[in-house]
Design a protein around this ligand. Structure first.
Ligand code: IDC
Length: 454
């Protein structure tokens, strides 16, 4: 199949040269765009290793404050969690949804847990080596993509991190040795202490685990959970740990935790505590219930104002409100809007908007028309959009656009040639904009169909 741009009829010599120049320049722009976009700096290239300065996560390389917008996996012990640990999945999050960091959540208890495998048929040490392998897959994928990655010791049903303190020390000794030279790895040493575990207990645990990590990785950023499912950052701020480069965990679920919990954050910040939201949901704390985007927006606004990093729970297709993917979707990467849950749609729209990506995306192409011309051709026209680099037309003889043809153009009309008589074609167009070597696509127009009669 073939495509041709609609050219003017009277080709005067100078106009001809003008057109040639435009074609060559667009080609240069197009190809250099592709090349440059592969070279666009990743978060890790830009900021390198991180440290904590005052309340802020900061780049060691540039001295700038760094705010990460991240996603947490579901438990990597479950099949609703680990299948999304891949370069393809993380790359989709990075390129489509402005995600710069991943959190790998490894439950310590629960089915296939690191310390208590609770009914899994493998031996505990087999479970441990599988989990470490999954962590490594995640760390390598994030590293190749220039993304930051948190390794999370997901204390939950075990309630107090003191319960598996020795296992934690052994685990963090091993992995901090393994990843000591990685600029992008952060350690989260206890997800959510609960069941009456007080700040003093957590400190006791932290004071044993932190030195183990620091022995291998002298200035790694380490994140410490706080009492009551990591809600009481105000408590921690009264008596912080005596180490540098420590951040303290705050978790919220927007349909449950509202202004009074934001006040805890304000207190902690006033006391100078560096906080990281390594987990939040737009759902209720159970992970279920309705989403509350009004409260979630208040939270993200407050976090953005203070440059606090946040990670959405969770990258999963499990049928629960908090999941970012549509329940039961089988896609493991490349998720379009239609593959996301209501929570996922909201979260990723916010990420794109808050990181400025959304404003770079052109609008949706409208008024798409298709007309069958003699000689098995179709003339396609659509409405011009301002401030775009060009348009991409896609057409195929099936509504799923399988084996489709895709062509780029700068004009708002074109002729499709060498189509098949008697066949019905599906056509759609989207605009794109190239900014600093990165290509941003608008939404596709609605689909036009046309039957080739002549
Ligand atoms: C939930 C999962 C759910 C799983 C459960 C296991 O969403 O599918 O069955 O854990 O106990 C947290 C925890 C996080 C919870 C999440 C939602 O850190 O593990 O995940 N949540 O309940 N704290 C507050 C909410």
């Amino acid at each position: 199949m073939h495509i041709e741009q609609q050219n003017g009829r009277n080709l005067k010599k100078d106009r001809f040269f003008y057109r040639c120049t435009v074609v060559i320049l667009s080609a240069v722009l197009f190809f250099s765009g592709g090349k440059l976009s592969a070279q666009a700096a990743t978060a890790v290239e830009e900021y390198g290793a991180l440290k904590v300065e005052g309340t802020r996560l900061t780049s060691k390389k540039t001295g700038e404050a760094v705010q990460l917008r991240g996603v947490s996996t579901h438990g990597i012990n479950w099949d609703v969690g680990y299948p999304y640990i891949s370069k393809e999945a993380f790359q989709t999050l990075r390129d489509k949804y402005s995600v710069s960091a991943i959190r790998l959540a490894m439950y310590t208890t629960e089915y296939y847990g690191y310390c208590d495998k609770a009914g899994a048929s493998e031996s505990q040490s087999q479970v441990q080596s599988v989990l470490k392998q999954r962590i490594d897959t995640g760390v390598q994928a994030a590293t190749e993509l220039g993304m930051y990655v948190i390794i999370d010791w997901h204390v939950l049903n075990d309630q107090t991190p003191l319960k598996y303190k020795n296992e934690a020390k052994q685990f963090f000794k091993e992995i901090s040795e393994k990843y000591a030279s990685y600029d992008n790895v952060l350690y989260e040493i206890c997800n959510e202490p609960n069941g009456g575990t007080g700040w003093e207990d957590i400190k006791k645990y932290a004071n044993e685990v932190i030195p183990v990590i620091r022995e291998n990785d002298g200035d790694a950023v380490i994140i410490v959970g706080t009492p009551n499912w990591s809600q009481d950052v105000d408590e921690a701020s009264k008596s912080p740990l005596a180490y540098d480069n420590i951040m303290y965990t705050l978790h919220f679920y927007a349909a449950t935790h509202k202004e009074s919990y934001r006040d805890k954050l304000r207190t902690a910040l006033n006391n100078g505590l560096p906080v990281m939201v390594t987990e939040y949901g737009v759902s209720e704390a159970s992970g279920a219930g309705a989403i509350n985007t009004a409260e979630a927006k208040k939270w993200l606004d407050l976090l953005d104002q203070n440059g606090i990093s946040y990670f959405a729970w969770s990258l999963s297709n499990k049928a629960e409100t908090a999941s970012l993917l549509k329940a039961g979707t089988t896609k493991k990467s490349g998720w379009a809007k239609g593959d996301l849950s209501p929570a996922g749609k909201w979260v990723f729209k916010e990420y794109n908007a808050r990181s400025g990506k959304a404003s770079n995306e052109p609008g949706k192409v409208s008024k798409l028309k298709a007309k069958n011309l003699k000689g098995k051709k179709v003339k396609v026209t659509f409405k011009k959009l301002s401030n775009v680099s060009g348009y991409e037309i896609q057409y195929a003889s099936n509504r799923k656009f399988k084996k489709s043809s895709t062509k780029r153009m700068t004009k708002t009309s074109c002729i499709l040639k060498k189509l098949k008589k008697g066949k019905k074609y599906y056509i759609r167009v989207r605009a794109y904009r190239i900014i600093s070597g990165q290509t941003y696509y608008g939404d596709y127009s609605s689909v036009r169909t046309i039957k080739i009669k002549k």
